[in-house]
Design a binder for this molecule. Structure first.
Ligand code: ADP
Ligand code: MG
Length: 336
């Protein structure tokens, strides 16, 4: 049993970035407006995510790290109505199998002090005590991949550590764009690496996340179609002022489907190509663009891989033909 769990767990959770992503998704699903991520030694020694969300009740918390426990969907058909990031019930269980998992929570329905639980690698709670805390949940993951020495050894190299930290920052950046009202904080070895304060509106939030020097060169686009049902809105470089925004290579293309940060190769390729066509003289520079696609949940398959980052859109082919990204990039004003 333990070996099977270890094998599956280390596949779902491939790095510290995966831990951060899964825990932040859970905090957002729990309605948190304040999420703090603390890392020690690039997450290898500790990843802690503290939120002010709903927390979880006494009865349920004992199950959260068991395989396939989820409070988010009850049947496969619920996937067609999916509103949450999570639905596989795999993250906490996988984390427990490859690291030490400690959960503290105070649930809105429970009174009194918070409760802290330690879990063993099978996802069973092995110790319990009362702790002082506000409403929400704190998940603390220590000794990542201690039981998978090869993985830990590889991730420990200085290069991998830096790459993973960068990916963690990018992950938070994407969630920061998608959730204007949420405060996000990232600390590494007690230093504040990045933070975003809450914002009431999308535009000022985007400029908080990307920086005004970038957003001043972006222009809004929007488009919607009834067949297939889809809405698209986003920000692309201004064609007029000739400045292609760049922060660092590679390009920064943020794509969201139903507010989920995703990697859809086809969409990214179209976007990258049209940006390159629109700004030929700027080739080599790194464009920034943000694209939000909203489709009916039934037109989207997010269950392609455990990380839920690759997704399938049923209407991608039609999307390509009904929506001309090239026009979008060269003359965004036509669509506004
Ligand atoms: P999933 O997100 O797919 O449901 P997870 O393993 O990530 O699976 O989480 C298991 C369950 O633990 C969730 O369904 C939810 O009920 C609970 N949970 C996890 N994180 C939090 C959190 N930050 N606040 C409240 N409940 C949480
Ligand atoms: Mg989850």
């Amino acid at each position: 049993g333990e070996t099977v769990r270890l094998l599956a767990g280390s596949q779902t959770i491939s790095s510290g970035q995966a831990v951060v992503k899964e825990l932040v998704e859970n905090s957002l699903d729990a309605g948190a407006t304040n999420i703090e991520v603390k890392l020690e030694n690039f997450g290898l020694d500790m990843v802690e995510v503290c939120d002010n969300g709903s927390g979880i009740g006494k009865a349920e918390v004992l199950h959260v790290a068991r395989p396939h426990y989820t409070s988010k969907i009850t049947s496969f058909s619920d996937l067609c109505e999916l509103q949450s990031y999570g639905f596989r019930g795999e993250a906490l269980s996988s984390i427990a199998s490859i690291a030490h998992l400690r959960i503290s929570t105070l649930c809105s329905n429970d009174e009194g002090a918070g409760r802290q639980y330690d879990f063993d690698s099978m996802g069973n709670s092995v110790s319990f005590k009362h702790v002082a805390m506000g409403q929400g949940m704190t998940v603390c993951v220590t000794g990542l991949f201690k039981s998978v020495p090869v993985r830990r050894q590889i991730l420990k190299s200085a290069k991998r550590c830096r790459e993973d930290l960068k990916r963690m920052e990018d992950t938070l950046l994407a969630f920061g764009i998608a959730h204007p009202r949420v405060r996000l904080i990232l600390k590494h070895n007690k230093c504040l690496l990045w933070q975003k304060i809450p914002s009431q509106d999308y535009d000022s939030n985007l400029s908080l996340v990307l920086g005004p020097s970038i957003t001043q060169h972006l222009t809004p686009i929007s488009f919607s179609s009834r067949d297939p049902i889809l809405k698209l809105r986003g920000y692309v470089p201004c064609p007029g002022d000739g400045a292609v925004v760049s922060r660092s290579a590679p390009d920064r293309l943020f794509v969201f489907v139903n507010n989920r940060p995703v990697a859809i190769k086809q969409v990214t390729q179209i976007l990258r190509q049209s940006l390159a066509d629109a700004f030929p003289s700027q080739s080599g520079r790194s464009p920034v663009a943000v694209l939000h696609l909203d489709v009916p949940p039934s037109a989207l398959d997010v269950n392609l891989d455990p990380s839920k980052t690759s997704v399938l859109l049923t209407d991608l082919v039609r999307l390509k033909s009904c929506y001309n990204f090239r026009i979008l990039c060269v003359q965004p004003s036509h669509l506004c």
